[in-house]
Design a protein around this ligand. Structure first.
Ligand SMILES: Cc1cc2nc3c(=O)[nH]c(=O)nc-3n(C[C@H](O)[C@H](O)[C@H](O)COP(=O)(O)OP(=O)(O)OC[C@H]3O[C@@H](n4cnc5c(N)ncnc54)[C@H](O)[C@@H]3O)c2cc1C
Length: 283
């Protein structure tokens, strides 16, 4: 979507495009990794939930926020940001929820105050995709039955008591069961010591607070890793070392920018900080 310098693509479409670019057997579905054992010479024995095992000379952890592969490289664990994002979808919004559709307009909406926010984004065919971001302790969402849609939505909407109905409708009118996503991140400048035969890409490597860049970074990591392997034929250690040498500073810059963006949304100066950010961007 869009014609500017930051084109957008629906997640499902991106997934389809990537999958269709691969040989059919490249992705094996339903094979949950349950265990990894380091063998000699940088090889690893990987065990899956179905009981099968493979031995590999190159193990790339692309297994997201709670990466099992990461545990081979570091003891550092993700920490909670203090925010939980509850995800909702409204369908046929121009007809059924015109005030909300108008508020979101043709792009994105950011409404914020007192550490909370409602973010929404227009997708094709009148779909509004929204996040209600609440300031709650870790585990808050576990105390709510999100499969009881109406009750869960009412509970989340109550956090925005007094906000404009066009905004709270983005919560209460969800056509899907809301999904709570606790926002986690890797603390500090997350790096690890080079470990033979293993590396990470995407959130496994550099889980950070949402900034709209996570998927881009994950894809870029994958491309850069491939480039490093091609540039070091027959020397996988040199390839992984070259990849990580660029990965760490790149991730540190992106993580710092993500924290700054999070502060614009949730810091004490919000929403003025967002107005200033836009004014700066267009000055
Ligand atoms: C609320 C929220 C909003 C966000 N919004 C945006 C946005 O607008 N734009 C953007 O670019 N990014 C956004 N992000 C970040 C983005 O979702 C991530 O950065 C991105 O998905 C990272 O991709 P990944 O492939 O590294 O990890 P993931 O997308 O998490 O993929 C990891 C995969 O590994 C699989 N896996 C995990 N463990 C195992 C196992 N043991 N065995 C087998 N498979 C396993 C999982 O099933 C999953 O398919 C957002 C994040 C949050 C929390």
């Amino acid at each position: 979507m869009g014609g500017g310098g930051r084109p957008e693509v629906l997640r499902g479409e991106l997934r389809r495009i990537l999958l269709e670019s691969l040989p059919a057997a490249a992705v094996q579905w339903g094979r949950r990794l349950t265990g990894i054992a380091a063998l000699a010479d940088g090889e690893h024995l990987v065990t899956f939930a179905d009981g099968t095992q493979v031995t590999t000379r190159v193990l790339v952890g692309a297994d997201g926020a709670w990466s099992k592969v990461r545990q081979l490289l570091t003891d550092v664990k993700p920490v909670y940001s203090g925010k939980t994002f509850v995800e909702t979808f409204l369908f046929d919004s121009d007809t059924r929820y015109p005030e909300s559709a108008q508020a979101v307009g043709g792009g994105s909406l950011f409404a914020m105050g007192e550490g909370q926010a409602i973010f929404a984004h227009r997708e094709p065919n009148g779909v509004l995709h929204a996040y209600a971001a609440v300031n709650k302790p870790h585990g808050w969402a576990a105390g709510i039955d999100f499969s009881d849609r109406d009750r869960a939505l009412a509970c989340v909407a109550a956090e925005f008591d007094g906000w404009a109905p066009a905004l709270t409708t983005l919560i209460t009118a969800s056509a899907t069961d809301p999904v709570a996503r606790e926002v986690m991140f890797m603390p500090g400048e997350h790096t690890w010591t080079r470990t033979p035969g293993v590396t990470l890409v995407g959130d496994a490597a550099h889980l950070m607070v949402p900034s709209g860049e996570g998927a881009n970074l994950a894809m870029f990591d994958g491309a850069e890793l491939a480039r490093a392997i091609v540039a070091h034929p027959g020397d996988i250690e040199a390839a992984l070392a070259a990849y990580e040498k660029e990965l760490f500073p790149r991730s540190a810059v992106a993580a710092a920018e993500a924290v700054a963006g999070f502060d614009v949304c949730f810091g004490p100066d919000a929403p003025q900080s967002m107005v200033d950010a836009f004014a700066g961007a267009t000055a």
